[in-house]
Design a protein around this ligand. Structure first.
Ligand SMILES: CC(C)(COP(=O)(O)OP(=O)(O)OC[C@H]1O[C@@H](n2cnc3c(N)ncnc32)[C@H](O)[C@@H]1OP(=O)(O)O)[C@@H](O)C(=O)NCCC(=O)NCCS
Length: 162
């Protein structure tokens, strides 16, 4: 006889991934605060307003379980930035602390990648802090690898003005 599925895996089938709506703002702010330690209500309000424009290349999705938002993902298709043909970018992802490691993040990324594929995009990219082992493990386990670009930066106070 097959072993019973753990409760968390059972829960995954009850999770819906849908477009974010203005009423999701508080939940998104709270999840982001849990994962980043910073409350950014204004940033998320403006981002939600911007992404609800339905341009077909921008995606703000949430994971919902029994009328509660338990995760979000933000992504966009961009063409020719950094000389790259159209590619899908993952800008942000977050899963509520009490729903971690139950497949919610993967389900959000699956749906986002599905939107990218529907738009005939063949690559997905993201950028993460080197020391962020949680995100790095998550994206690596999804199959993402180091890409061909190198990020550069400069402290502007060191910029020569002469
Ligand atoms: C990264 C994150 C999205 C993963 O969400 P999740 O729902 O827990 O991920 P999943 O359950 O789909 O995990 C898929 C795989 O990722 C890897 N993974 C996930 N969390 C991990 C962790 N803490 N450590 C190591 N590997 C991890 C595992 O390989 C896992 O597969 P497994 O469960 O079979 O081992 C979540 O931990 C999170 O929100 N972290 C904070 C993100 C953040 O800082 N966002 C702000 C900037 S964008």
């Amino acid at each position: 006889m097959k072993p019973a599925m753990p409760e968390a895996e059972n829960e995954l089938v009850n999770i819906t991934i849908r477009e974010a709506e203005p009423g999701d703002l508080d939940a998104i702010v709270e999840i982001d605060k849990q994962v980043s330690g910073v409350k950014k209500a204004r940033y998320w309000r403006e981002t939600l307003e911007h992404y609800s424009g339905q341009r077909g290349s921008e995606f703000f999705l949430v994971a919902e379980l029994r009328q509660s938002v338990i995760g979000f993902i933000l992504g966009e298709i961009r063409a020719w930035e950094f000389g790259s043909p159209s590619c899908g970018w993952v800008y942000a992802i977050g899963v509520a602390r009490d729903h971690l490691q139950q497949g919610v993040g993967s389900k959000l990324l699956d749906v986002l990648c599905g939107h990218f594929r529907q738009a005939d995009v063949t690559k997905v990219r993201t950028m993460i802090a080197r020391q962020d082992h949680e995100l790095l493990s998550f994206f690596r386990s999804y199959g993402m690898m180091a890409g061909p670009f190198q990020q550069l930066e400069l402290d502007l106070e060191n910029l020569r003005t002469d």
